[in-house]
Design a protein around this ligand. Structure first.
Ligand code: PHE
Length: 345
């Protein structure tokens, strides 16, 4: 039975040299199966026990069992060690420096024009007006004709209006007043709407004028609407926008679609009326155009001027934003310069 001793010794040394090669926990799992599995050499030795006589059997049985225990403990030991180094390696890879400063995210913000436009719209919604949007591209009828512009009115001139080349009657609206005409077509009095939006005029671009700007239109039609209602609405709106103490001044003016027509000035918000560069030393700032809706406009909109009356106004948002933020050049709004835009959070 010396051969069994030899077999055990050989098996052990094979195992130990295999063990040295194992560099990964997976190798060890394989090694365990190879030596200790059902088809492995230990099991084979166990089977040979039945050829031993009854005195040898317990002796050799113990030898084989000891070997088995020894290999098992080698395996478990090395497995624990390898798993630990593998874990350390992984942790090293996944290492995270919690003290590193984060990456700054670039937060967007609303354009100053949008901010002022939203504020104006919010105030007017609070006063009972609802928002109606009209088309930027419209016909001569909605932009001029329906608003009582005479056929030869200079505002229709090619110099002021962008006409769409292929179709002479299509144009880019020059004001948001086109929404008045659409509103009378789509709604029955009482009508109480505001219309924020873009307008276009074929003018030279300079520090004070641009081909593209924004207006907010107001339009109110009901029975017995008077000039006093217009004053009260403008005063309340402007004090909500510019502060309780704002002083207003109403000057006669002319627009074909209102009669009487007027322009509204506010006491200069910068110098409080003493005169400065912003108000061109007059103490007053022109803020909007307004008036009582012309009977011809009502008639064209199928509203009887004997029964109904109303008022309308329109204000330029670029101009207002320039006054509020002391901006000297209207072109800054469309230059897309972040140094400018980032000032309006
Ligand atoms: N549409 C006029 C403009 O663009 C403003 C205005 C609107 C005036 C409504 C009176 C009434 O200047």
């Amino acid at each position: 039975m010396a051969s069994l001793h030899e077999q055990i010794g050989e098996l052990r040394s094979h195992f130990l040299s295999d063990l040295k090669e194992a560099s990964h926990s997976k190798d060890l799992e394989n090694l365990k199966v190879k030596y200790l599995g059902k088809k492995g050499p230990i099991q084979a030795l166990m089977l040979e026990l039945k050829n031993c006589n009854s005195t040898e059997r317990p002796l050799f049985g113990k030898l084989i069992n000891d070997l088995k225990e020894e290999l098992l403990s080698h395996c478990d030991h090395s497995l624990a060690r390898l798993k630990q180094t593998e874990l350390n390696d992984r942790l090293k890879e996944e290492w995270l420096d919690a003290t590193l400063p984060g990456r700054a995210s670039h937060k967007g913000r609303l354009h100053p024009i949008t901010q002022v436009l939203n504020r104006v719209v919010d105030i007017l919604i609070g006063m009972g007006f609802s928002v109606q949007l009209g088309p930027d591209v419209d016909t001569d009828y909605y932009n001029f004709e329906g608003l009582n512009f005479a056929a030869d009115h200079p505002a229709r001139d090619m110099q002021d209006t962008f006409y769409l080349a292929e179709q002479e009657s299509l144009l880019l609206r020059t004001h948001t007043s086109n929404v008045q005409v659409h509103a009378m077509e789509n709604l029955a009095p009482p009508i109480r709407i505001i219309a924020p939006g873009r307008c276009f005029r074929n003018e030279d671009i300079s520090a004070r004028s641009h081909v593209f700007f924004h207006q907010v239109e107001g339009f109110y039609i009901d029975r017995n609407v008077t000039f006093a209602d217009l004053f009260a609405t403008m005063d309340e709106f402007l004090s909500k926008l510019l502060g309780e103490k704002v002083e207003t001044r109403y000057r006669p003016s002319y627009f074909p679609f209102v009669e009487p027509g007027l322009e509204v000035d506010v006491k200069c918000i910068s110098c409080k009326g003493s005169g400065c560069r912003i108000c061109k030393h007059t103490g007053w700032l022109e803020i909007l155009g307004a008036g009582m809706v012309h009977p011809n406009v009502l008639k064209k909109g199928n509203i009887d001027p004997e029964v109904y009356s109303g008022y309308a106004w329109g204000m330029g948002i670029e101009r207002l934003t320039m006054l509020l933020h002391d901006i000297k050049d209207i072109r800054l709004f469309t230059n897309n310069d972040l140094r400018f835009l980032e000032q309006f959070s």
